[in-house]
Design a protein around this ligand. Structure first.
Ligand SMILES: *Cc1c(COP(=O)(O)O)cnc(C)c1O
Length: 470
């Protein structure tokens, strides 16, 4: 028998597999997507190389994408969809942006990977430092490139432990920081109690080095430091949480995290893998209404690679220079700073000017307004949570949730019907209610009009959905 799919209360991100025998009847014509999915499952676990793609929480066969362009993706039947996934964030400019594709092609002409430093890596580090910048100061004095967000946060945690000589890490419930062992931890029985593994294969001894706290809860944060004096190396937090649906930090909460952590000699890792260079040219760090915070380490991924595998961690020189080869904290990567990925990242960031962010923001405003109007018209109670141009829809709530417990009170069972009604009308939403919706600068009037036209019927489908029999 196959092992149970991972269930997690620590990361809703992991919850795409679980609860989810969808109760909606999804008509599945034996089309090319279905045939590919059946074939895929014979050679690939679950038919996919990252779990959320399997449509487990909405049911049916995932659409196999054969190409994408601008705001559209095309499935195995060559059906066109307005795409609101955007590769889970990287496609800020839209799919196949010519400046990015041309940069990658010309990099490829010069060779694929050298195992030696390149000028592009220097340019990218300089560009990130210039963008994450306020009044002559950047929190990023040094930047190291890695290949995935998982590596970036894993390395940041190792670095924080190396810098402080302390073992424990604090994270918040529902925040996702990739799939390294120590960050796949679930809340234990009480606040400030050491955590339990959130995935099979993570030894309890490893999970017990992580504390999982409720988000936006200053008292819990202070209590954790009181209970574990001198033992907490770092607090890691999504700059604005967006992997349990979007849950922005309360005004000033990121500042509170920094103040409390620093008071106790711990570092703060601001995880901008999702928000960095997406919500603003300087990430949430620059957009935060309470002002930029004094994070010690920042992690990037997704947009920074423009669709190729690239991620990064950065921070103050005195901390970053503890990394090998200068310092005792080891980290390395055969393909780190890969020239194709660096070319894609550079081209994406250079193209992502104020006009791009204005277009993505305006597109998000327009879709949010249409979602609200359609759900209201259909009589579906809902809350839209936002963090800049990132947003998500929580069914059945009257106010945006503030932490993972509130997130889980929503009527998630309305989402499969809503999702499939959109899909049938040629709009591809994230196949989980616990994910943000992603707009791009390529979502033009034609694409946005199609989303607006599809929403009323989807809202009626959400209204007609019934809860699973318990
Ligand atoms: C996606 C994500 C990660 C993990 O990045 P991968 O490239 O998928 O390993 C880490 N942190 C946050 C906030 C993310 O959204």
């Amino acid at each position: 028998m196959a092992a149970e799919p991972v269930t997690s209360t620590a990361a809703a991100h992991l919850a795409d597999a679980p609860d989810a025998e969808p109760h909606v009847e999804v008509p599945e014509p034996a089309d090319a997507n279905t045939r590919l999915f059946e074939r895929a499952q014979r050679s690939i676990p679950g038919g996919v190389n990252s779990p959320v793609r399997a449509y487990r929480s909405v049911g049916g066969a995932p659409r196999f994408v054969q190409r994408a362009s601008g705001p559209y993706v095309y499935d195995a039947e060559n059906r066109e969809y307005v795409d609101l996934v955007a590769s889970w964030g990287p496609a800020l400019l839209g799919h196949g942006s010519p400046v990015v594709v041309d940069a990658v092609k010309s990099a490829a002409d010069r060779g694929l990977s050298f195992g030696a430093p390149t000028e592009g890596e220097v340019e990218l580090a300089e560009l990130v430092r210039a963008r994450v910048h306020r009044e002559g100061r950047s929190p990023i004095e040094r930047l190291r490139l890695v290949s995935t967000g998982t590596e970036a946060t894993m390395t940041a945690v190792r670095l924080a432990r190396g810098a402080t000589g302390r073992p424990l890490v604090v994270k918040f419930g529902g925040h996702y920081h990739g799939h390294s062992d120590g960050l796949l931890a679930d809340a234990g029985s009480g606040v400030a109690t050491l955590a339990l593994p959130a995935s099979a294969g993570v030894p309890p001894e490893i999970a017990a080095l992580t504390l999982v706290l409720p988000y936006n809860d200053e008292a819990a944060l202070r209590l954790a430091f009181e209970r574990h004096p001198g033992r907490i190396a770092a607090v890691i937090t999504e700059a604005a949480a967006a992997n349990m649906g979007v849950v922005a930090p309360d005004a000033g909460f990121n500042r509170t995290i920094v103040a409390v952590a620093h008071e106790h000699g711990a570092l703060v890792i601001l995880d901008e893998v999702l928000t960095g260079f997406r919500v603003h040219s300087g990430g949430w760090w620059a957009l935060d209404p309470a002002g930029p915070v004094d994070a010690d380490l920042l992690t990037y991924g997704k947009v920074i690679g423009g669709g190729l595998p690239l991620a990064a961690l950065g921070g103050r020189a005195e901390v970053m220079d503890l990394l090998a080869p200068l310092g005792p904290v080891y980290q390395a990567g055969t393909l780190s700073g890969n020239p194709l990925a660096v070319a894609a990242g550079l081209a994406t960031l250079r193209a992502a000017d104020a006009d791009v962010y204005a277009r993505v923001d305006a597109a998000a405003d327009r879709v949010v307004a249409a979602v609200r109007a359609s759900l209201t018209e259909a009589g579906v109670q809902h809350a839209v949570s936002r963090a800049g141009n990132l947003f998500s829809v929580a069914f059945g709530l009257s106010a945006p949730p503030r932490d993972y417990d509130e997130v889980r009170t929503q009527e998630a069972w309305r989402h499969p019907a809503f999702f499939h009604a959109m899909l049938a009308q040629g709009v591809s939403l994230p196949p989980s209610v616990f994910e943000a919706w992603f707009l791009t600068a390529a979502h033009d009037d034609a694409a946005l009009s199609r989303v607006e036209e599809a929403l009323p019927a989807a809202a009626r489908a959400a209204a007609a959905a019934t809860p699973p029999a318990s």
